[in-house]
Write a protein that binds this ligand. Sequence first.
Ligand SMILES: *Cc1c(COP(=O)(O)O)cnc(C)c1O
Length: 464
Amino acid sequence: MSEKTCFTLDHSELPKQWYNVAADMPNPAQPPLHPGTGQPVGPDDLAPLFPMDLILQEVSQERWIDIPPEVLDIYSMWRPTPLYRARRLEKALGTPAKIYYKYEGGSPAGSHKPNTAVPQAYYNKKAGIKKIATETGAGQWGSALSFAAQMFGLEALVYMVKVSYYQKPYRRSMMQCWGGKVLASPSDTTQIGKKILAQNPDSPGSLGIAISEAVEVAASNSDTNYSLGSVLSHVLLHQSVIGLEAEKQMKLAGDYPDVVIGCCGGGSNFAGISNAFVKNKIAGKDTRIVAVEPASCPTLTKGIYSYDFGDTGQMTPLLAAHTLGHDFVPPSIHAGGLRYHSVASQTSQLMLDGIIEAAAYPQVECFEAAVTFCRAEGIIPAPESSHAIRQAIVEAMKAKEEGKERTILFNLSGHGHFDMTAYDHYFAGDLVDDHMDEAGVEKALAAIAQLPKPAGYTGKPTRV
Ligand SMILES: *Cc1c(COP(=O)(O)O)cnc(C)c1O
């Protein structure tokens, strides 16, 4: 028993309900605002893009929300996912700390993203929708959504940022395997795409442009909806299965985490692993909860809490969150999934309230941590996940210095099998460390200057 490394749950222990952190947050996340009127966005504003079930989940205050049997049926293809005790990593580090990790890389798409892609496809199918349009950068979200759409007989239309379309042909092939239709963005299938191509036929595209194309298609076709892979509250809700399972598995292991860690782009896998423990922390448990981001895109550690657009094209509602400015373009680091200028409103509110904390690391030391990890534990991590590993190692080494026991839990959000070019660069020694430059905060302030400010706005980073 004491040498056990893998803690699995029986199929029957798959969570039957998602956990909604909104029910327990001491202060609610501020509502999204309509950019034209400055008023909170209502269900009718969102109805052209999302099915009503998801809109209701977005604003729900219910603590527990039933997972439909059709969704459980697909989840059970790879869930419950394993929790591992990283005994070999502990030994390699010589730490008295116990390190646990929840592994989400065993899903068909290789990451946590299908946890939300599946229910999103299900609720769209239920609403009579035929097609889901979305954007993808490096391709993780597009592949998760293509898989989920295929499971429910829907068509997935994926606008893939043009540079990635040509640089990451295998992720494109994955989407095609699951029946997804992949278009290089900007494309000539939308007004916005045509306009950009007319101005610049060689435009490499951006996530902001791809979002605008997908939203345009969804807004102008009644049989088509739009889908987002992170940031929104309903996405964080769906990801709660990660932490709910981990909570049970830690119990099986006879431990409880002193610190819970997740990498943080839009905040969905971080909320996924941590919200069950946030619930217990609000109820009195003493646990540190750490979101880890790249030093080159330090949204929580250096961003300004404000209302801002979710996209470069200024088409989305205004969201209250830490932001580096909607026009912020992070350096093209290899953890593509962490290159978002903002973060989920719920995550920002928990940060303001001191329930969670944040850390940021440059990419080279994250790859170093990833290699240390895979040489001990065998699994090759996604570059995004390596940020969580970095923090876990920092915590484990601190425990060693202090000669203290410490129980660490982190989320291994995905495997890195489609990111081997990134590892090639690391081994060749030509990865560069980018930090956000000193003018970053000023630029963020300029981007939000004309926008409304939420309660809690200070005009300064929350914590440095
Ligand atoms: C997309 C992605 C992330 C970042 O997204 P979050 O919404 O912040 O979780 C992290 N890890 C992997 C493997 C991803 O694919």
